[in-house]
Design a protein around this ligand. Structure first.
Ligand SMILES: *Cc1c(COP(=O)(O)O)cnc(C)c1O
Length: 361
């Protein structure tokens, strides 16, 4: 593979949206990164080009057999002007885990990170300034070979696109209401639940839609075999604080290993709070609720960082947590992690990576 990335500058730069209007995933920056794969050449032709549609054959395998994986991370603008990434090496490592599961050839993780940093240098003015805003980064791989036989594609594209996003909690961190899904399941052990692959999200939409109709913002997924053990919340990992101990479902092959999850686990250890990664049933959570020992529940993920859970609907029983308010631990973890991500406090070594800034002419 050639390691030199060609750059074609956009001749017509877009007008940047105002920070207050950003929302999530509505706007894209001026450039994108592409890397091609063919069986003969391997990964090749890395390039940064103006953001634009791509052209694919209707028989391209992505449309038929769904070989598609992605990542999600953010670039932050610190108060002192530094541009920061949070544990980006973890995202590219996970992308390769997803690649391996979907029979997609591995990427050079170090090179993928270099490519991202180069793209961020080019589009650095797109990292928004306001409190709570960031530049969302979406690296992804799709199968592009045109062939209708069911077999791993012989051609792929790895791309990175960037989208400035608003503050997730415009009115401050607030708890969400969650519907415990009794019928649909997200994943099973042995399936693709531990890969960040497109089909998992398509498969989850129906349950999400039905939960929304009932007035809930996300679903809590139970295990696909017994529909008994807790797995995840929407596209977040989930934590419960019961009688002073924090419990999160153990990684069992059907749960996505969140980078926020790993970081929260490390922070809890630093805080000397007892943590358990193990199987946790809804019965146990309900029992704790009845005993008065269910202290907090929250989801974790890149988008919201921490999402406190104020209510769980399980079998039409409403489990109200912290009287529907944000718990103390969720608030502390949110504050600590966002402070590390925005460079206000120092986190463990290697968590924050600085993006070099281009000198302005
Ligand atoms: C991306 C994702 C998460 C959270 O992962 P982070 O690395 O913390 O953003 C959790 N569950 C699912 C299903 C996901 O897709």
């Amino acid at each position: 593979m050639t390691y030199s990335i060609s750059i074609e500058q956009s001749k017509q730069l877009k007008t940047k949206p105002a920070d207050e209007t950003l929302g999530f995933g509505k706007y894209y920056t001026d450039h994108m990164f592409i890397l091609d794969y063919t069986a003969e050449q391997g990964w090749h032709s890395p390039r940064i080009i103006p953001y634009q549609p791509i052209s694919l054959d209707p028989a391209a395998k992505i449309f038929h057999y769904g070989q598609s994986v992605f990542e999600g991370l953010k670039a932050y603008r610190a108060e002192d002007g530094r541009l920061l990434l949070f544990r980006p090496d973890r995202n590219f490592k996970r992308l390769n885990i997803s690649n391996a599961r979907l029979s997609i050839p591995a990427l050079d993780e170090q090179f993928a990170l270099e490519a991202l940093i180069k793209l961020l240098e080019v589009d650095q003015d797109w990292i928004p300034h306001s409190e709570g805003t960031s530049l969302y980064i979406r690296p992804f791989v799709i199968a592009t070979e045109s062939a209708l036989g069911v077999a791993p594609s012989l051609e792929y594209k790895f791309m990175i696109i960037l989208s400035p996003v608003g503050s997730y909690y415009a009115e401050g961190i607030h708890p969400v209401k969650i519907y415990v899904e009794p019928g649909y399941v997200r994943a099973v052990t042995g399936g693709v639940g531990n890969a960040k692959t497109a089909g998992n999200y398509a498969a989850g939409l129906k349950a999400q839609e039905e939960a929304t109709e009932k007035g809930y913002s996300q679903v809590l997924w139970l295990d696909g075999v017994h529909k008994k053990f807790i797995e995840e919340v929407g596209s977040m990992n989930v934590f419960f604080k019961i009688n002073g101990t924090v419990i999160t479902p153990v990684l069992n092959g059907s749960i996505l290993e969140g980078i926020t999850r790993s970081s929260i686990l490390e922070l809890l250890e630093h805080m000397n709070i007892p943590v358990e990664q193990r199987q946790l049933s809804m019965e146990e959570v309900y029992q704790a609720y009845q005993d008065g020992t269910l202290e907090e529940a929250f989801g974790t993920g890149t988008a919201a960082v921490i999402s406190p859970i104020g209510e769980l609907n399980w079998r039409d029983e409403k489990i109200i947590i912290q009287e529907g308010r944000t718990g103390e631990l969720a608030a502390t973890l949110y504050h600590t992690l966002t402070s590390i991500q925005h460079g206000r406090i120092e986190g463990p070594a290697g968590w924050v990576v600085e993006i070099p800034q281009l000198k302005k002419a």
